[in-house]
Design a protein around this ligand. Structure first.
Ligand code: PA5
Length: 428
């Protein structure tokens, strides 16, 4: 079971925030806070639609049987979760794995780069593909433009009827252009449940279909999320890990920290960092408030951001995420002559060296004036990841309420769109 270490924050500061923390927790459970209509995700790991889920698993199997590539078209919460889970549980090298029986998963519609779309098309090559277009609103420009492109590509390759069987839409049950278009064209659709916003949707068909298509055990992922859902519901004080995290980050924010840096020593975690950044950035960054969420991947980033972390502005704190990964693997060899001076490491696994790097970094940053929290997920796997996802989501809801914002809207995202549409001459 996931554990959090908040000992970098003085206990009296956490205690002082306890009434606020409990009130935020109460509001989230009672669904009575700001944006309550978007808190469907709170009970989702327990009350998801079982029939829809079964249909989703069957669709994932069909995709794997008939396609070498699944193109996931979506942006923000409509792709980050699945990408993060696939990278973390399989590998960022998943697509290149020789002999695998599941399709490559390629992500499109998460930018407006024509060159990137071109390269992605070349990457598909002659292989059969299926498209899963994902958009809650059904009208977001980036995925809509990419989907128009892939629809045409699929129709060219498979004909109109054939393309129908190779396009799956994940969207709102009733609203939006994607829903109406899917109805018109006869595409298979999956529903993003009411009350679940994009960045809280990884455990809906948004995330689960691509994750299942990659061969990951989504049942175990959901079971882990359920375990954390129960823990978050029943543990009312600071022994509740999500409440402890929410209280700690708010205590640090009130104490003048402006940036939270999520740090991992596992290169598979990079996209989890991207998912976490969206979750916290979009949920809390409003009304001139909110911690700036940043993420680093160590030890690589110790050679780029390590200097800043050690000696830059002291307005940040760090949250390390640790998982027990299978040990063994590659060890450092012995070399006669010791020309590179590395014989002191001979016989050690690379992972053991990585552990020492973590211990050394945490101590150095603490000594350098950076408060360090640690989230320990236990054994790396689908169950622990399910727990971690729900933990971060729940803590985000609580933390946003403590900050006094609505953690479930994103009004600021409209500003760039308005300017872009004016420049592009979109009819009123
Ligand atoms: O969290 C959110 O709601 C957003 O970040 C969305 O995920 C993102 O804007 C994509 O929206 P949509 O799924 O409607 O295309």
């Amino acid at each position: 079971m996931l554990r959090i270490d908040t000992s970098a924050v003085p206990p009296q500061k956490l205690e002082a925030l306890l009434p606020q923390t409990l009130e935020a927790h109460r509001k989230l459970q009672a669904r009575s806070g700001a944006g309550a209509e978007y808190t469907g995700w709170v009970t989702l790991p327990g009350d998801y639609d079982r029939d829809e889920y079964q249909r989703l698993l069957e669709a994932a199997e069909r995709v794997a049987a008939r396609s070498g590539v699944l193109v996931v078209v979506g942006i923000g919460g409509s792709y980050l979760g699945s990408r993060a889970v696939i990278d973390f549980l399989l590998s960022p090298f998943y697509n290149g794995t020789a002999g695998k029986k599941t399709p490559d998963i390629l992500f499109a519609g998460c930018n407006l780069s024509g060159a990137a779309l071109q390269k992605l098309t070349e990457r598909i090559g002659e292989r059969d593909f299926t498209v899963n277009v994902i958009s809650k609103s059904g009208g977001t420009t980036e995925p809509a433009v990419a989907f128009r492109y892939f629809r045409a590509l699929a129709e060219k390759r498979y004909g109109k009827e054939g393309a129908k069987k190779r396009i799956i839409a994940t969207t709102d049950k009733a609203r939006g252009v994607l829903k109406s278009l899917s109805g018109e064209m006869g595409y298979e659709t999956f529903v993003i449940p009411d009350g679940v916003g994009g960045r809280y949707s990884v455990l809906t068909p948004v995330g689960l279909l691509p994750i299942a298509a990659a061969g990951i055990d989504t049942g175990t992922l959901l079971a882990g999320a359920r375990t954390m859902m129960d823990a978050c519901k029943t543990a009312a004080g600071l022994e509740n890990p999500a409440l402890a995290y929410a209280a700690a980050r708010n205590a640090l924010y009130e104490g003048g920290k402006k940036t939270e840096v999520l740090a991992s020593f596992d290169p598979d975690f990079v996209y989890m960092g991207e998912w976490w950044k969206q979750l916290y950035g979009e949920s809390e960054g409003k009304e001139g408030k909110g911690l700036f969420p940043a993420a680093v991947s160590y030890t690589a980033d110790l050679h780029s951001m390590g200097q800043y972390m050690q000696q830059g502005e002291r307005t940040l704190f760090e949250t390390f995420v640790r998982s027990d990964t299978p040990r063994g693997g590659i060890t450092v060899g012995t070399e006669p002559g010791n020309a590179d001076g590395l014989n002191f490491l001979a016989g050690k696994t690379i992972d053991a060296i990585n552990d020492a790097a973590y211990e050394g970094t945490k101590k150095a940053h603490t000594d350098g004036g950076v408060p360090c929290l640690t989230v320990d997920t236990g054994p790396k796997g689908a169950e622990a990841l399910g727990e971690l996802i729900y933990f971060f989501e729940y803590a985000c809801g609580v933390s946003g309420y403590m900050l006094g914002v609505n953690p479930f809207d994103q009004p600021g995202v409209e500003a760039y769109k308005k300017n872009m549409f004016t420049l592009l001459g979109k009819p009123g």
